[in-house]
Design a protein around this ligand. Structure first.
Ligand SMILES: [Zn+2]
Length: 355
């Protein structure tokens, strides 16, 4: 049984490589690789909102817009910048592109809140309205946090932001208290399963922070999972989220969470959980996954194996060598994840796999 499954996985990898071409020393995906295919998410629509924007030129960021709580707030913010210099809006954009490619490889229809990482992407209320009008089965907002202007080592990990209940709009309240919370918990559980530690700061309880001030949560009429992927003030989180390998790991974990939610494997909503105690001690950070210096990936689960696997693919000197790596080292990675890896790696490297 196991041998059959392994063979099928290898065939998927080999066929994907075969559908690509070596041009000028780089492996370029054929255009058909990006086309949505029939899969586990066929018929499902996901609205992805990479937070912030490439440029706010000509826009008034402080224009006051509906905050969903009877007041107003700024239209947008520029987002933060990682220790090391990479902007949050680009990190959000890249992970969103990876998640988009991975979801499309499973057959989902994916809509984006903004069309690029160079221009404007709309105020927060406009994005919530776009998500609502899309009728998506799930909306996912991607962000990364900051806790300081400079480096702030030690405050690390991801968290989901869920709205303080009740939300004044009864329809939004019903959706976010139920399905939105289920989706948030499901994505949280997928990230934990991938070895990404929940936040150890900011009052996070098991990777969830409850806040009243996120307009998207207060206004979106489809289920919303709002992710702060890490703390860009923490050098370790910043370093991981700033690399294609790290972004890919987050993207695949988020994709797994979305797939679980849309596939009827959602975690419980627990909307009646008590409000967080402001004096509660934050969740202990999980032990960080050990840095893999060994080429042996056999002990790692699918998502954990992705980073080292991409490192190895990047070092391969020929497509044949890359194919061999996938055939020998990719055996513990599920076929779906392998498909996603190749699709997303093409996206993260601008359509090229650097081999
Ligand atoms: Zn943000």
């Amino acid at each position: 049984m196991a041998a059959v499954r392994v063979r099928r996985r290898v065939m998927v990898a080999a066929s994907l490589l075969a559908s690509s071409a070596l041009i000028g020393g780089v492996l370029v995906a054929s255009p058909t690789d990006a086309a949505p295919t029939a899969g586990a998410l066929t018929g499902k629509t996901v609205f992805l909102d990479p937070g912030h924007q490439g440029s706010a030129a000509g826009q008034n960021l402080s224009k006051q817009v509906n905050d969903g709580r009877g007041g107003t707030k700024d239209c947008q913010t520029t987002g933060t910048t990682a220790v090391g210099g990479k902007t949050e809006h680009t990190i959000n954009w890249e992970v969103a592109q990876l998640v988009k490619a991975a979801l499309e490889s499973k057959g989902a229809r994916v809509l984006m809140s903004r069309k690029d990482d160079t221009g404007w992407g709309g105020c927060v209320d406009e994005r919530a309205e776009a998500a609502s009008r899309s009728g998506a089965d799930l909306a996912v907002s991607l962000h990364a946090d900051s806790t300081s202007q400079g480096a702030d080592p030690g405050k690390s990990g991801f968290h989901m932001i869920v709205p303080t209940l009740p939300i004044p709009d009864k329809a939004v309240d019903a959706v976010q208290a139920g399905e939105g919370r289920k989706a948030s918990n499901t994505v949280r559980d997928a990230l934990k399963k991938a070895g990404i530690a929940p936040a150890n700061y900011g009052g996070a309880i098991d990777g969830v922070v409850t806040r009243p001030d996120i307009a998207g949560s207060n206004l979106t009429r489809v289920p919303l999972a709002f992710i702060e992927m890490g703390n860009l003030s923490d050098p370790a989180d910043a370093a991981v989220l700033s690399t294609p390998q790290g972004a890919t790991k987050y993207a695949v974990a988020i994709t797994d969470g979305i797939t679980d939610y849309l596939g009827g494997r959602a975690s419980a909503a627990n909307p009646t959980a008590p409000a967080p105690d402001p004096n509660a001690k934050p969740t202990d950070p999980a032990a960080p996954p050990a840095e893999s210096t060994s080429p042996d990936l056999s002990g790692l689960s699918g998502v954990e194996a992705i980073g080292p696997l991409i490192d190895q693919l990047a070092k391969a000197k020929s497509p044949q060598e890359a194919q061999k790596i996938l055939m020998t080292q990719g055996q513990d990675v599920s076929a779906d994840v392998l498909k996603a890896i190749l699709a997303v790696v093409y996206a993260v490297f601008g359509g090229k796999l650097p081999i």
